[in-house]
Design a protein around this ligand. Structure first.
Ligand SMILES: *Cc1c(COP(=O)(O)O)cnc(C)c1O
Length: 456
């Protein structure tokens, strides 16, 4: 154990120049643990390998390891990345990027106090939902709205409020699972209601709903099959038929719309995504949808529709458990204001979804020319992502990269280790970058990182 005598006293390490910037951190319990861990590791290494360096060098090596571990622990784990995959609402990459105007509004209201639940006109206690409700009601022409943590929570809350202890009638063709193991039959069970399945996987008629209604029926449920499509010999009653049946038999109707498309995106090639206002117009009592799918806002679940039902949902104690904070309300309010004012292209997610193929081609060609002969502009297909419009391929453009002596797998890895990391796709064993999801101000970083990866 002769080698262990080479270990320097802690104070020598603490005095080394490299640790000067970390003096106050080193006095915290966290700093103490890092010191203990590093000393422990060096002791183990010395006792198995013996001392090969001078004490002075050992002091420097320990100090530099301590500095590295402190830096790595204090670096944010959630980081900005460049999304070059072409998947606009990439759930693993945080779905929609938020507009700067919304972040500025948030900075303003969140850095100080706010009137979150305070009525400025008469100084009384207010409700946090009013900030969002007024905008949703304008956009959808509905009577009332509230917001919860996400659409999964919204569906749970609606089912629990309106159907606990009774039956929910829903088609066998709409028993979907979405990412993160949200399954309609399981959610109905958890809500305390019982699922009454009707029809078959491919065909369900209004007669099937009608026959299933009995004195236990509490709700008619319609679910938008967001992430899959049933094609071929299929049939599904119209929303109007379901609404009519519900109102004839005095059973409320609830539609889980999934994405929450506030605009018709068919001209952009996004097919089969129902527009929320059309469901309200068709007379559905309650709808729910996500804030961060095709709406392009923060994670949230919006519940909107008739006042009598929204009032009951708000009184459910579960609502208190699922409510959103001022951060979500601030960002969502700002995003919804863009819709009200017709400034949808200020929302980055929507702008990406609506970008034309010509515009993307110009960007791809310009990017390729800045990258030189190893890059060429190519046609690509992007998708909306986030479990929306699974069959709609959006014609897009991007660049394909090929460097001599550099495999695509290694290039992908190098770009993923750039700062900020660049997430790409590999197609036909080549690295491709879809310009649709790359923000314009990220392009210089993309060019520089590709050049650095090719000539490390
Ligand atoms: C995405 C989706 C949900 C869940 O929405 P989150 O906001 O991700 O919780 C629920 N129902 C349908 C039909 C969906 O597409």
């Amino acid at each position: 154990m002769e080698a262990l005598r080479q270990i320097p006293p802690v104070n020598d390490v603490l005095r080394s120049p490299e640790l000067v910037p970390y003096q106050s951190i080193l006095e915290t319990p966290f700093g103490n643990r890092v010191l203990d861990e590093v000393f422990g590791d060096f002791r183990r290494e010395l006792s198995s390998n013996g001392a090969t360096v001078s004490r002075r060098e050992l002091t420097e090596r320990i100090a530099s390891e301590v500095a590295a571990r402190i830096q790595s622990a204090l670096k944010p784990s959630l980081r900005r990345v460049v999304n070059a995959t072409g998947v606009v609402l990439h759930t693993n990459l945080g779905r929609a990027p938020l507009p700067v105007s919304a972040i500025e509004h948030l900075r303003d209201v969140a850095a100080g106090y706010s009137n979150l639940e305070f009525n400025l006109s008469d100084g009384t206690r207010g409700k946090r939902d009013v900030h969002i409700e007024r905008l949703i009601c304008r956009l959808l022409e509905c009577e009332a709205a509230i917001v919860v943590n996400n659409n999964a929570a919204a569906v749970m809350l609606v089912l629990n409020t309106l159907a606990e202890g009774g039956e929910v009638v829903a088609s066998r063709g709409e028993q979907l699972e979405i990412g993160g193991s949200f399954r309609i039959p399981e959610i109905i069970n958890k809500s305390g209601a019982r699922l009454r399945e009707v029809g078959t996987t491919n065909r369900t008629r209004i007669r099937d709903y009608e026959k299933a209604i009995n004195d236990q029926t509490r709700l008619l449920l319609r679910v938008h099959p967001s992430n899959f499509r049933i094609t071929g010999f299929t049939e599904r009653p119209s929303l109007q038929d379901i609404v009519r049946l519900g109102s004839d038999r005095n059973v409320p109707t609830f539609e889980d719309l999934g994405s929450g498309c506030l605009l018709d995106l068919r001209p952009q090639g996004i097919r089969d995504e129902p527009v929320v206002a059309e469901s309200i117009r068709a007379g559905v009592d309650i709808v729910s949808f996500s804030g961060d799918k095709l709406l392009g806002g923060p994670q949230a679940g919006v519940i909107a529709g008739k006042r009598v039902y929204v009032a009951r949902i708000r009184e459910n104690p579960l609502f208190r458990a699922l409510r959103v904070d001022k951060l979500t309300i601030g960002v969502l309010e700002s995003v919804l204001m863009n819709y009200v004012a017709g400034r949808v292209d200020d929302l980055p997610g929507l702008q990406m979804l609506r970008a034309s193929s010509d515009e993307l081609k110009t960007r791809a060609e310009s990017l390729a020319s800045r990258l030189g002969k190893s890059a060429r502009a190519i046609r690509l297909s992007s998708v909306a992502g986030g479990g929306s419009a699974p069959e709609s391929l959006l014609p897009s453009w991007g660049v394909e990269l090929e460097f001599k002596d550099l495999s695509s797998a290694e290039l992908e890895r190098r770009l993923r280790s750039a700062d900020p990391p660049i997430i790409v796709r590999i197609e036909n064993s080549r690295v491709v970058l879809d310009v649709r999801t790359i923000l314009a101000d990220e392009e210089p970083h993309v060019v520089a990182s590709i050049q650095a990866s090719a000539n490390p």
